[in-house]
Design a protein. Structure first.
Length: 596
């Protein structure tokens, strides 16, 4: 670039390496640059290199340093700019970005590569790039625009926010759509299945259609798992569930209630005339280039029908067992269990705790041409190559029990049952395990010990449970701290004891949430699992046969080395992945609460 201080959308990039006096550091290791800039000490770099050579070998040095709390994301980005002799761009002026750039660059490309053209510079285009090492994205952008691209370094969160705002400028936000809702608007029954809602910029759609489309677009944009449309006496409130927490999105007038609900029902194939009974449906749409599956549920309430839309991104990559982040001992034991030739392995936890994701990861681990794997699910959330997957259908009496019974005539080696809900399903699963099949399933209990007593409560004979069950993995999802803004602090003695630590090493730091643009001011970004694996030993089998309570089983499991959910949560606090407050919110032991 000819001038490192040119204006980019109203904001000048940081001076280049030469201007900062770091020209000798261009092309040098990033750790050397961070030390020279005074961002961290040499000891921090040595520690990060040690981690990189060990358990974090797949992570970049800068990412490890951020995870350790030694530097922040902006310092790493600036250091990369120095290393690669690229200017650093702190802010992006959305209004200064020409519309032709937005029209020429698909939003899926911009988001997928975290790159955005921001201004012209002579015969070239200046583009903000989140990963300065992604030279391929720069070349592809040049082909899309037909000009040479000069990259500048910017924070990924700044670029992502700019992408969202720039493309929303063309398509309109849900708030703007809400303002246009008028009494008497009717839902259009047009079938838009083949249209990408991001690309659909038609101005002729009715306000109701634009409003519902905007709700879906915005929910996918912020990675919400659910959209709640709630009807009250004088208004309609829309909330998004992000990382397990509900946030209010927008409020629409009461007069728009019926058209909004009708539009959602039409999209999901439900009966718009039936307002007295609960209904379930499904919407399949393409949003921002992604195939999105939306499960729709409606129930009647005092002030109108309430709608919840569960969003499933079918283009998401399946997680592996290694991606789940289990503690090494738990990971090894769980892997050993799923590789057993027969028996039952259960995953327990409340709705939305990631049980199905764990089962899919387990199936992916053992999936091979040599074994026959069959699943019965409600619904089939991901397609697994080489696995026979069946979806239950209550309308034709295809239940978990009937599907499982049919599977036994298909010569399976491994069977996955979406959920054990009743005595019939439990008994068939146990009989399958006792006749040489490996059965994986889920059950709704608060902890691992409770799963054993739940099966007995369903009416299964205790000796059958004891002889067939191999283990139970209980899990929860905790929010992870935003790497960009989390801050270290010295925990109090009470806080440490709340996590089960009687003493802590001097200098031990916890991390707390702060809030920035990258995490929508929440301090958290994303979620991860915490796990409690109970292996059914001979001692525990004897207790199950005696039909003892879950508390007694739990104490016996702890005595044999079982780590509780709270223990795994505390481990994640020490690693700086989550906060003590978040772990205590999700995984506080009930007995501990009673003793306080």
């Amino acid at each position: 670039m000819t001038d490192p201080n040119y204006e980019l959308g109203g904001a000048a990039p940081a001076p280049s390496a030469r201007n900062l006096g770091f020209e000798r550091l261009s092309g040098r290791p990033i750790g050397e640059i961070l030390v020279a800039a005074g961002n961290c000490a040499r000891e921090d770099i040595d520690l990060a290199i040690e981690r990189q050579e060990g358990e974090q070998k797949d992570e970049r040095l800068g990412e490890i340093l951020i995870g350790l709390g030694r530097v922040n994301a902006e310092q790493v980005a600036r250091a990369l700019g120095i290393q690669l002799e690229m200017p650093y761009l702190a802010k992006i002026d959305i209004e200064a970005i020409p519309d032709t750039y937005i029209q020429s660059v698909p939003i899926t490309f911009a988001r997928g590569n975290i790159i955005l053209p921001v201004s012209a510079l002579g015969d070239s285009v200046v583009a903000a790039l989140g990963d300065p090492l992604n030279a391929e994205a720069v070349d592809d952008l040049g082909l899309l625009l037909g000009v040479r691209v000069d990259p500048v370094v910017a924070m990924p969160g700044v670029i992502t926010e700019a992408i969202n705002r720039a493309y929303d400028r063309a398509t309109g936000l849900a708030h703007e759509a809400a303002k246009g809702l008028q009494a008497g608007d009717d839902a259009d029954e047009a079938d838009l299945d083949a249209i990408d809602l991001i690309d659909d910029q038609s101005g002729d759609d009715a306000p109701i259609i634009r409003f519902v489309n905007a709700l879906l677009r915005d929910a996918v944009k912020v990675q919400a798992s659910d959209i709640h449309i709630e009807c009250y006496e004088k208004s309609v409130v829309v909330r998004n569930r992000i990382d397990g927490i509900l946030y209010q999105k927008v409020e629409a007038p009461k007069t728009a209630q019926s058209p909004i609900i009708a539009r959602v029902k039409i999209m999901s194939g439900l009966n718009i005339a039936e307002k007295r009974l609960p209904q379930d449906g499904r919407i399949r749409r393409k949003i921002a280039g992604k195939d999105i599956d939306v499960r729709v549920s409606t129930i009647p309430t005092a002030h109108g029908e309430r709608v919840v839309m569960r969003i499933l991104d079918r283009s998401n990559t399946l997680l592996t067992l290694e991606d789940l982040g289990m503690e090494s001992r738990t990971h090894n034991q769980f892997t050993h269990l799923i590789e057993r030739p027969h028996g039952i392995l259960l995953v327990s936890g409340p709705t939305g705790s990631g049980k199905t994701t764990t089962l899919y990861a387990a199936l992916s681990r053992i999936n091979s041409p040599e074994i026959n794997i069959l699943t019965v699910e409600d619904p089939v959330e991901y397609q697994l190559p080489g696995v026979g997957q069946m979806q239950v259908n209550s309308k034709i009496d295809l239940t978990f029990a009937s599907g499982l019974r049919a599977f036994l005539r298909q010569d399976p080696d491994v069977i996955m049952v979406g959920e054990i809900r009743d005595k019939e399903t439990a008994e068939i699963a146990i009989q399958a395990s006792l006749t040489g099949h490996m059965v994986l399933s889920t059950v709704h209990t608060n902890d691992s010990a409770g799963a054993l007593t739940r099966l007995v409560d369903m009416g299964v004979e205790p000796f059958l449970v004891a002889s067939s069950l191999l283990g139970v993995l209980a899990q929860r999802l905790i929010r992870t701290l935003c790497k960009n803004c989390k801050q270290p602090y010295a925990p109090s003695r009470e806080e440490a004891r709340g996590l089960g630590f009687q003493t802590l090493e001097p200098g031990t730091m916890f991390y707390k949430e702060v809030g920035c643009d990258q995490c929508l001011k929440t301090g958290y970004k994303g979620r991860k699992g915490i796990y409690e694996l109970l292996i059914v030993t001979d001692e525990i089998r004897a207790l199950v046969v005696k039909n003892v309570d879950a508390s007694t089983i739990k104490k016996a499991a702890i005595a044999t080395g079982t780590k509780l959910l709270l223990d795994d949560g505390a481990r994640n606090v020490l690693l700086g992945r989550s906060s003590a407050e978040e772990v205590l919110r999700v995984a506080t032991d009930e007995e501990m609460v009673l003793e306080m």
